[in-house]
Structure formats: C-alpha cells, structure tokens
Design a protein around this ligand. Structure first.
Ligand code: ATP
Ligand code: PAF
Ligand code: BAL
Length: 313
C-alpha cells in the first residue's frame, strides 16, 4: 500500500519526500532530488553521521537486474543512492537514444520497496552545464566488441560515470556483469585516475527463461521477446560444448545457430580473455574466458555474456 506525500516530479520542490508503508507501523522515507546541491546537502549529513555511501548508477526503466544491484548495495553500505539518468553522450545512435524507455514514476515506485534511500534524477543540463569535451583513452579495452560497434560509447560512459562519482563521492559503486566490457572500462578508469571508490561487480539476473534482463527488452514485441530467449539458450548450450569444438569452431557454431532464427542477427560473438578482452585462440590459455555477444532483434540491440570453459592448471 503506497502513501504519497508532496510527490510531483514535474513541478514539485527540488527535494521530494516520498513516504511509503510496508507494514502499517513501519515507515521508510526515500527522497528524490534533481539538483546536485540538494543531493550533496543530504549526503554530507549522512557522511557526518558516519554512514558509508553505496551508489548504483542507472539509466532508469528499472527491472529486477537493477534491483539486485540495489539489494547488494544495501548489504554492503549504509546509505544507498540510485541515479536515474539517460546519458546522451554514450549513445552513438540517435534512434536508440530517442527510443530508450523512460518512466520515472514507475522507477520511483519500484525503488520504494528496495534498499534505496535517495534517488538522483537530474536533467541533462545539471550533469552537463557545458558540453563535456574530455577524451578518455582506455586502449584496447575500448577498441573491441561494444567499443568497436558503438564508437564513442565508452567515452560517454566514462564522462558520465566520472562526473557522477565526483558528485556522489560514493564509498562503493555497483555495476552489473551484463555490461561486461563496461565493468572492465570502469575498473580501468578507477585504477588509472586513482579514484577513491570501490567497484563491486554484480551477477547477471535473467528471466526464468534465461533471457538477460535489460531495459531494452521492454521495447521488444511479445514475438521478438520470445525469440530473444534463443540468445541465452544458445550461449548456455555452447558453454557446455567447450571440450567438443575449437574456440573458432564454437564461435561459428554460436553465430550460425543464432542467425538461423529469423528474428535475430548477430553483430559479434567473441570468446575473450576476462582481463585483456582480446579473443582467445585456444581453450588452453590460462585465463577466465567469457563469450560476449551483441544481437539485433529488429531495431533493438541486445547484449549478453557467459563464462566459457575452465582455466587450465
Ligand atoms: N540483467 C542484469 N543483471 C545485472 N545487472 C544488470 C542487468 N541489467 C542491467 N544491469 C546493470 O544495471 C546498471 C544500469 O544499467 P542500465 O540502466 O543501462 O540497464 P540495462 O538493463 O543494462 O539497460 P540496457 O541494456 O537496455 O541499456 C548497469 O550496471 C548494468 O550492468
Ligand atoms: C553506467 C551507466 C548508468 C552510465 O550511464 C550506463 O552505462 C548503464 O546503465 O550501464
Ligand atoms: N547498460 C548499457 C548502457 C547503454 O547501452 O548505453
């Protein structure tokens, strides 16, 4: 049962109190702020109280994958901030940006029963009062897979995440393994610039049919959504075939099998070294190996990944 108070995202005050009832006798207060100054006023108080700040950056259109990050953040910190911001600088495709699902009210409702205590939902001009011209260089980590097929994407991700880290100054930040390459880039950014934040990597949450949860799934038609299950099903099957086929043969097998489905068109599938993100040539290479895939389902582009094979001794 929800009980709203002064909650109006369009015209309300900048700090909005959102009260909800879990049990009639138990109230939790979650705040939604749009401005950096309001956010920092609250966080400074929390820090003075000795609380450790956990931060979950998102682009909204929340699902259980996001909620799992919030849950882990709640277990590992004392005050959880979730940002909801569709960052324009990381979209290389304007159509993708225009289509990106947005429903702040629904997101607030979902977070109201989570460990989140503060939502930061800024407008673009709050994050970018001036255009961000910074150019990051992550070397080969940004030149493969997503970086290759979405030019400029990781520069935009680094721009917004570094800006959000500056604003929130979290003790820990939580990212999903679904965005496997993004995690590698964020870890590298933190290492390279010696940022005072611990990055926590959280497992992929899937639908019961195996499809990796993603905000973009809600843009699929029911028929596309059913067929998209074929992506994870093929990855699971392939991950069990590592002894039977060479790495190259298995990559071909995955691509052919997925492309046989008339709804799906594979952009890339690579089995890569977890650390370097470079394709592995043999199962004998002594590293953790991940099969990473991007598939077009109509106009919607989906990604997924899975660990393949075991490390040799
Ligand atoms: N299924 C999932 N399991 C675990 N973490 C996830 C999952 N989906 C998204 N995340 C994580 O949530 C954070 C915010 O992601 P984002 O808001 O872009 O959602 P998304 O579902 O990845 O959207 P999309 O892939 O459609 O852009 C990222 O760290 C991302 O890795
Ligand atoms: C990390 C992130 C929130 C930056 O916009 C986005 O890339 C995402 O949702 O994965
Ligand atoms: N979670 C990935 C963000 C993006 O596709 O831009």
């Amino acid at each position: 049962m929800l009980n709203f108070q002064s909650f109006n995202l369009q015209s309300g005050p900048t700090v909005l109190n959102y009260l909800f009832t879990l049990q009639p006798h138990f109230y939790t207060k979650m705040q939604v702020v749009k401005h950096i100054s309001d956010l920092q006023t609250i966080l400074n108080i929390k820090r003075e109280e000795g609380l450790k700040i956990g931060f979950v950056p998102t682009m909204g259109a929340l699902h259980e994958g996001h909620l799992s990050l919030v849950m882990i953040a709640g277990e590992q910190s004392n005050f959880v901030v979730v940002s909801i911001f569709v960052n324009p600088t990381q979209f290389n495709d304007k159509g993708d940006l225009d289509r990106y699902p947005r429903d702040l009210q629904k997101d607030v409702d979902l977070l109201s029963t989570s460990a989140c205590q503060l939502i930061f939902a800024p407008e673009p001009e709050e994050i970018y009062p001036e255009p961000d011209t910074r150019q990051f260089n992550f070397g080969q980590l940004e030149q493969v897979m997503e970086g290759k097929f979405r030019p400029g994407h990781f520069n935009g991700v680094a721009q917004v995440v570094s800006r959000l880290f500056d604003i929130v100054q979290p003790d820990k930040a939580f990212f999903g393994q679904k965005d496997f390459q993004q995690l590698a880039i964020i870890n590298e950014m933190v290492r390279k610039f010696n940022l005072p934040v611990e990055i926590v990597s959280c497992p992929i949450i899937r639908e019961t049919n195996g499809l990796a949860m993603s905000s973009r799934n809600m843009l699929l038609s029911p028929e596309q959504r059913l067929n998209a299950v074929h992506i994870s099903a093929t990855l699971f099957e392939a991950a069990n075939k590592t002894g039977e086929l060479s790495v190259e043969e298995l990559c071909e097998w995955v691509i052919n099998r997925i492309n046989k489905n008339e709804f799906l068109n594979t952009e890339y599938f690579e089995i890569v070294n977890e650390m370097t993100l470079l394709p592995v040539k043999s199962w004998d290479e002594n590293c953790k190996k991940f099969g990473c895939i991007a598939v077009h389902c109509g106009k919607i582009r989906l990604i997924d990944n899975m660990e393949f094979g075991v490390r040799s001794a």
